[in-house]
Structures are given as C-alpha cells and as structure tokens.
Ligand binder design. Sequence first.
Ligand code: BES
Ligand code: ZN
Length: 612
Amino acid sequence: MIRRTLALIVTLPLAGGCVLVPVPATMGFPVDHHSFARPESVRVTHVSLDLSLDFDEQRVVGEAGLVLDRSDADAPLVLDTHGLAVLSVHGADGTPREFRFGEDRGRLGTPLEIELAPGDESVSVRYRTSPDAVALQWLAPEQTAGERAPFLFTQGQSILTRSWIPLQDSPGIRVTYDARIRAPEGTVVVMSAEQSSRDDDGAFRFRMTRPIPPYLIALGCGDLASRDISERSRVWADPTLVEAAADELADTEAMILSAESLFGDYRWGRYDLLILPPAFPFGGMENPCLTFCTPTILAGDKSLVSLVAHELAHSWSGNLVTNATWSDFWLNEGFTVYFEARIMEEVFGEERANLEKALAFDDVVREMAELEPWAQKLHVDLEGKHPDDGFSAVPYEKGALLLRRIEELVGRDSFDAFLRRWFDEHAFESVTTAEFRRFLEDELLASAPQARAALDLELWLEAPGLPDDAPRAESSGIANVEDELARLRAGTDPSELETGEWVTQQWLHFLEACADEVDRERMGRLDEVFAFTETNNSEVLCVWLRLAVKHGYEAADGRLEGFVERVGRAKFLRPLYKELARTDPDRARALYARMRPRYHAVARAAVEEVLR
Ligand code: BES
Ligand code: ZN
C-alpha cells in the first residue's frame, strides 16, 4: 500500500470549464466501512496491554497503552469499541483526557473519541470488557478435555477485536504489540506473539515486534501443556490431549519447509499450534506465531491436517500481506487456499491435493447456487453489511481457482516467481484488490500477452458466478468412488463395494453423492457395513449426521445430540441445524435453545441465520 499520498486535486468537467475539487487525503488508507478510525489524522502504531483475566466475572480488565502517529495536530483520536466500559483515559504526561462515545452502531460497535493534548504521543485507556464480548468465549471446566480448569480464548477476525481491546480495528491499520497478562493460578496464557519469561508475580509477558492487523491479536488461557514437534514448533493443548495432538501434527515442520521453498522465508520466528476446546467456532485461525485449531481435526490418521497447511499458508497470505479491507478478503483466503494445495501437493503428493481440490470445487458450486449475486463476487461490496455476511466458499475457492487459472495460463515457474515477488514487495503491508490488479498487470501480464488476452479479470473479480474457464482438478480417487457409486446404484450391496483403500476425502465424496439417493433403510444398511455413526472422523460424521437428519435415520440421534453439544464449530453446526430446521423446525429450535449457551457468538450467528 502507498503509505502517504498527498491530498489529491481532481478536475471535474463542468459547463463553462473545470473546477478544482479537493478530495480528502486518506494518506494511502483505503476506505474501510467497518471501522470508525481516521488513521489519516491520528493512527495507532503500537498497543501495550496490561490486563487481568477475571473468570468469575467473565471480564478482561486493565489498561491499553496506545502509541500514536499524529498527522493532524488538531484532530482527536478515534477508536473502535464494542461493549467496552471505559473507566478513564490519560495522556502521555499522565493527566486525564476527555473522551466521549459516539452513536451505537450495533454490530460495528461504538466510536470512542479522545481529545489529545499537543504532547500526546501516546494515551492509555483503562477499561473492562462486557461479559458478552463477542471476541471472548469463557468455557466452564466441563467444556475442556481434562475438566480441570476453565478456559478463555479470543477471536479477532473479522471485527471482533474491538470488543476486548479499544483500538483502530481495521486490517489496513497495522500495529505491533506487547502484553502483560495476569491469569488464575494453575492456568497458562499463550498469545499470538513471542513469549517472554514470566514476571515474579506470575504474570505472562508477550511481544509482537512485526506490524500486524489488529484482528490477529489473540490470547488463549487454560490448563495447557506443550510438546515440541520441531525446533521452531510446538503444540499447546489440554494435558490429556497433547501427546495425540503432537503425533497428529508431526508433519508441521515438513509443511513449513515446503512453504518456505515455495514462497520465501517464514518470517515470524516460531510456528506453534494451540488446540482449543471443541467449542472453538472455527476449524482454524491463523494467529501469528500461534495457529488456533479445533480439536476436531485430530482424527488419529492425519487425514484432516490440510487445515494446518491452510493456517500456515496464512503466514504469507493474510498475515504478511493482508487484505486492506474486508471487501478484499479473497486476497487472504483465495491466496491461502491456493497456497495450501501447493503445500499439500508437496508434502502428501499430487493425488491428495487433487482429491481436496475436487471436493472444494463441488462445495463452491453447491454453495454458489444458494447465494445472492452480490455474495458470489470475489471483490465484494460490503457497505451496510457485516464483513461476516460475505463469508462463504466464494472468497476461498473462487479465489483459489482464479490463481490456478493464471498459473495455467503463464506456467507454474513464472507464476511462482510472481507470487514470491508479491509477498516480498508487500511484506507487512495491507493491500487492496485494485493493487493486486495493478501488480498482476505490471509484473506478469504485461509480458504475457496471450495470457492477458485469455484472462477476463473483470469477470473473475467483479461479476457473480464461476467463470467457465475455472480449472477443474482431475482425481483418480474421485473417479474410483464414482465407479463404486455406479455399482451401488446398479444394486450391488454396500458390503461388496471395493472401499478398502479409501481415504477420508473419498468417503466424503461418497456420502455427498449419496445425499439425495438414499432412504432410511439404505442408511441402515450403509451403517451396518461402514459404521458411519461410530466414526471418529468429524468431517465424515458431520456429513453422515446431516444425511441422518434428512432421511429420518433415528439410530444416529444420540450421536447427533452429543456432537452438537460438544462441538461448536460453525461449519458443522450450520448444515446440521439447517437440515434439522428443514425437517423438523420445532425440534431444531428446541435443541438450539438448549445448546446455545455453549456456543461462541460467531457460531450462534451462523446457526440463527438458518433457523430464521
Ligand atoms: N481466517 C479463517 C477463519 C476466519 C475467517 C475467521 C473469517 C473469521 C472470519 C481461517 O484461516 C479459515 O479459513 N479457517 C477455515 C479452515 C480452512 C481449512 C478452510 C475454518 O475455520 O473452517
Ligand atoms: Zn483461511
């Protein structure tokens, strides 16, 4: 991103001549509809946290020191907040500063305006969070594997950080941070940063010296143990899980090495993983130095570790080079899915990568059919919407397909060199879709006229739907499943199918393909032969349970209730509740009412949308 452009003067043609119209200087900050900050006048560059975690009151309490870069000496500091109670604000000299909240804007939160004195190169805000802060989930000991201590985790993306830290919560406004965190005895605190030694009073200290977007400030606290999996990588998890987790994630270092060989050095020091309790609403979250992970990827056979490749890839696409606004979200996720498949290909072979690509292709086609046209666009207009309203397979898969299409047109070597330049030249910057287009044109297409002629970028980026030239992955494993499905349809008993060598992704394709074809009886027979209801693979179980609901296969009811009670991952809950709502709305609502207290705000929002 261009850091500081001058105020522009544009000329508008008017009857009788031209008029000069000053356009407000934004100094290279693109307009972010989801933040109240005005970084072009006063910008936060560093956040210094001194916080206590109060599990009894379910509040984070303390102080945020904010270092400022002031371009306009008369302008106030404007912060994003959501549900925060501000106790006082002090200037650099320690004396109080006046502050006022603006209008409450619902899910966007409330602007906080602070009057600055001339010498204020920093301010400090004393505050506490609300018990229903959307970034925080407080779990009872019973919701953890060892049931010994309560657990707290934060989730910043997309615009939730403002509910636990008062700051300028826009991905275009990068900050460094440090933190001192006090937590109950017997718990361990980890953060998305470098960990320093503990204070004499037991407080945990952290330091992030590279500028990151605020949504990547993250914390976890609970009964945690760790196991090293390589020199720069360890797994943090509940002590009862940590061995199994370390085994499952043993290939992490191979993934890091592969990623580095593709797109340049890993620039964040350590790459650790935190296994969260199952209530974690996502599969993974790419918090720097410390990927957050659902325990539902611990299948016992490494079959779901592409999630680690994905979160690791964000260390380049997303964390190093960040979407400047949420309209550019595809730059984070599309690049990451592309990169994830490249890592999977190198570490686990081409067929595994192709299997996963083929499943994802089918997913995006299925999902796109249900989305409104605006949500089918890569470069999405989110004005008047919450960033998470644009969340779907589109930024992920359509984004990755665009990159694969470009690769196909220019060849892998030249595309790899281009991507490496993209990461190097925009390292620690936030970028827009327009900047990507310019860079692509200048650095790649200008010298590849045939590719340029074949690629309709406007269609890919600005139009709904999936362009016809989207590349499809060929997978022999999928072809094999199709053959067996044909035999099943022709009357072969499930026990006669040749499934002995099938991997998880083949089973997933099998079940998706069966979704509309089976009935209750056939489900019973499939279950007798393949024991789907008893599977420990969360992805397979989720699809199976959806089919069970759809076809009234009651033998899986107990498993279904146990699953939605324990697991809070929105990707699983949403389709299950959706199917429940379709078949038995009262049951869906009653079950959700019972489970709701166990779910994170993000998962609640996802489920409530399908229950409406
Ligand atoms: N950064 C996302 C999670 C996210 C996106 C959180 C938008 C909040 C708003 C993360 O990298 C992700 O994509 N996770 C996926 C897993 C992945 C393998 C597709 C998930 O959680 O399912
Ligand atoms: Zn992602």
